[in-house]
Design a protein around this ligand. Structure first.
Ligand code: BGC
Length: 334
């Protein structure tokens, strides 16, 4: 080989290395490469899911490439196509809108990639496993807390983004918990609206409008998560009603936990993000290596599923978050 050829080869190798800086060109089973495709990193919890997942995957010798679709389903399809072309071994996906991913998942399956549906279900036969929390139970806990806090009056129901399968489950669970009070006539549902893209600004707008529409005669809001609860509470504050009207939530976002402690939000729900992220990393690596999974699974819409337990949080048991190292006492101001 002439000196010139050696130099040219070296340059080619360097160029290839630079192009694939974030992903090795050949993923090996000993060092699996996982593509983590997340709907929207603007929501506080997903950034923590990402961090816990990367930490756990690294500990298992795997490498992770993270993509955020910023709430755009077409962007998510393109990002997944890109991960497939980079020959990842597994795809872990928080779908923006499950049905829009059916075709790209077919491609992934054909390429031999393992597919993990993370937190939100993608109803596809190509999904190897779905790992989440018992989401109907999450909704039930929200409805139950609201009934306990009221227990009579007019309730306005907000639900999550219509493209998110969890949004349906949260609402179904909450309605189940409220049903006896509705039947008795203690609770009247004034109306319901979905919060598109789960955006707090959209929840704020809805809450402002319905407070005007009902002359502030709303006794409780079912808010599907902490971000949307924040929007509702901002609207209530505008009417000097924050703290007087019960509002639910979920995710144990820091701002929401502080509101629960301050009394402007009734409850939140703690879903251990470290647990779901760590278990998902373990499952991904095991699937890639062809190892047997040692989990109790259930079928959800024909997809093999692992469902973890959520915990309802109020002022009374907020210290769970400190014990579980989710926040420090100082962060919570306790
Ligand atoms: C998740 C919630 C989250 C919401 C908005 C849902 O699918 O389960 O934890 O707050 O999406 O991102």
């Amino acid at each position: 080989m002439s000196r010139f050829t050696v130099r040219r080869t070296l340059l080619a190798v360097l160029a290839a290395t630079a192009a694939c800086a974030s992903l090795p060109a050949f993923a090996s089973k000993e060092k699996p490469v996982i593509g983590f495709s997340i709907d929207d990193l603007r929501v506080e919890r997903w950034a923590r899911d990402r961090d816990f997942f990367i930490e756990a995957a690294k500990g298992l010798g795997a490498e992770v490439s993270v993509q955020s679709a910023d709430g755009d389903s077409a962007k998510q399809v393109a990002q997944i196509e890109n991960l497939i072309s980079k020959k990842v071994d597994a795809l872990v996906i928080v779908p923006k809108d499950g049905p829009t991913l059916i075709n790209v998942l077919k491609e992934a399956k054909k390429a031999g990639i393992k597919i993990i549906s993370y937190d939100r279900l993608i109803k596809s036969p190509d999904v190897d496993i779905y790992i989440s929390f018992d989401n109907e139970r999450v909704g039930f806990m929200q409805g139950e807390s609201l009934m306990k806090a009221l227990p009579k009056g007019n309730v306005y129901v907000l639900s999550g983004d219509p493209g998110d399968n969890n949004a349906k489950l949260f609402k179904a669970g909450a309605m189940k918990a409220m049903e006896p009070s509705i039947k008795k006539g203690d609770i009247k549902i004034l109306g319901e609206q979905a919060v598109v893209d789960w955006l707090p600004a959209n929840a704020l707008k809805i809450a402002e409008n319905v407070l005007t529409q009902f002359n502030n005669k709303i006794d409780g809001f079912l808010a599907p998560n902490d971000g949307t609860a924040g929007g509702v509470i901002q609207a209530l504050a505008g009417q000097k009603l924050a703290g007087k009207v019960p509002v639910t939530g979920q995710d144990a976002d820091l701002a929401a936990c502080k509101r629960v402690l301050a009394g402007t939000q009734t409850m939140t729900i703690y879903k251990s993000l470290k647990l779901i992220a760590t278990e998902s990393a373990k499952v991904s690596v095991a699937l890639v290596k062809g190892e047997k999974l040692n989990y109790k699974t259930v079928k959800v819409d024909n997809v093999e599923s692992i469902l973890l337990d959520p915990i309802a949080l109020t002022k009374a048991n907020m210290d769970i978050l400190v014990k579980d190292n989710f926040y420090t006492k100082e962060q919570l101001g306790m």
